[in-house]
Design a protein around this ligand. Structure first.
Ligand code: SF4
Length: 389
């Protein structure tokens, strides 16, 4: 049984029974279930939890958007603005290699060259017409010169850019954030963020599907959206996943206010709301993809995430901070493993590509064949002696 309802609650119990039979619920029914989940925890099977050992490479923190919660993006005149040179990129990757990382996660701002002519000139001097061209080159170098496998969070890309990118990275990601266009309005989280338009994000996620790119996406919880909009966002991802099957994980990320941002005084989502959202994601997407939540942003013990349906903790780095949430340290991997095992779960390292996409042909460029073969066992997860905790 997918969900055990104790004590029985009429109405919701019936809705959950329908869901357990694999039937699609209406948005209203999901909202009702969400409310139930704020007070009740589902009873789920214990299984394997995964993480990816990676280094973060924040290629550039310039960005043309201005998300209300972002502490990563900087303006070119800010002394903290930084674009990594290729030498710096390789140097981070090499340290990551020594620390047992398998993944190089490139994160960067969206199309800064369109907003800042000085950055466009900088790229031209290096011989690139866009940030994406520079990113492709940097991924290629990391792949050629190190044992790491690139995964990119490049902002919104076109179909042809992604097609090119597929040759130099094994997987890609973009957060949907939310399907609500309301969040683009004045005073809302995505005001002045053309690249956060839900239609642009959905187009990119679908384009990745048509190109068979193993993909990461997710929603950001608590940025001014309603519960109904959260439901609609998860349902939109479900629809895309049913069509393309390329979404290997959906991140459920809780908003955390940060100093010096427009949303510094905005309240964080309550723990029960966030846990209910994880349960809802599991109900809508469980069985179709993996639910992930960032462990360093947790306000409750991580085991509560797992009991709600989280089966992956994403990228954890032994070297670099989470540049998007620099105030939030990574959990200690060995302690986390011990805790999960005591609770009856196993904790394993995976690559940036999930086992299913490794085992089936056509998802990952052949240039990664050798590295993947070296790292993973028959189950598609990292095998000894490479597995690192
Ligand atoms: S969250 Fe991403 S898109 Fe938004 S301002 Fe920050 S770097 Fe740019």
């Amino acid at each position: 049984m997918l969900f055990e309802v104790v004590p029985p609650v009429s109405g919701v119990e019936e809705i959950l029974f329908k869901a357990g039979e694999g039937r699609i619920l209406s948005v209203d029914e999901y909202v009702q279930v969400y409310d139930f989940f704020t007070r009740h925890r589902p009873n789920l099977d214990k299984s394997t939890i995964t993480y990816s050992r990676k280094v973060f490479i924040p290629l550039t923190n310039l960005c043309r958007d201005s998300c209300g919660y972002c502490v990563f993006a900087k303006k070119p005149w800010d002394t903290r603005a930084k674009t990594y040179t290729l030498d710096e990129v390789i140097s981070i990757a090499r340290i990551g290699e020594k620390l047992g990382c398998k993944e190089a996660l490139f994160s960067l701002g969206d199309k800064p060259e369109l907003a800042y002519p000085e950055f466009s000139e900088y790229l031209s001097r290096l011989g690139f017409r866009s940030t994406v061209e520079y990113l492709i080159h940097a991924c290629d170098k990391v792949n050629t010169l190190t044992s790491l496998i690139p995964h990119v969070n490049p902002g919104t890309l076109s179909w042809s850019q992604m097609k090119e990118m597929k040759n130099v990275c094994a997987s890609m990601g973009v957060m949907l954030e939310n399907v609500s266009e309301r969040l683009m309005e004045k005073g809302m989280a995505h005001e002045n963020c053309p690249d956060k338009h839900p239609k642009a994000r959905i187009a990119m996620i679908k384009a990745a599907g048509s190109l068979k790119i193993p993909f990461t996406t997710g929603i950001l919880v608590g940025i001014g959206e309603t519960v109904r909009e959260r439901v609609e966002s998860l349902l939109a991802l479900r629809t895309i996943q049913l069509e393309f099957g390329h979404i290997q994980e959906v991140i459920i990320q809780n908003f955390r206010p940060k100093m010096d941002t427009r949303m510094s005084n905005f309240p964080e989502p309550q723990a029960e709301d966030f846990l209910a959202t994880i349960s809802l994601a599991h109900l809508i997407l469980g069985g179709l993809t993996t639910i992930q939540a960032p462990p360093n942003l947790a306000r409750v013990p991580l085991i509560e995430y797992v009991e709600r349906g989280v089966r992956d903790f994403g990228g954890i780095s032994p070297l670099t901070v989470d540049y998007i949430n620099p105030e939030a340290p990574w959990p200690h991997l060995r302690s986390l493993k011990g805790e999960l095992e005591r609770m009856g779960y196993s904790f394993r390292e995976r690559l940036c590509v999930y086992p299913r996409y490794i085992k089936e042909a056509g998802w990952v460029s052949r240039v990664f064949d050798e590295k993947i073969k070296e790292y993973v066992g028959d189950d598609g997860l990292v095998r000894p002696p490479w597995e690192a905790f």
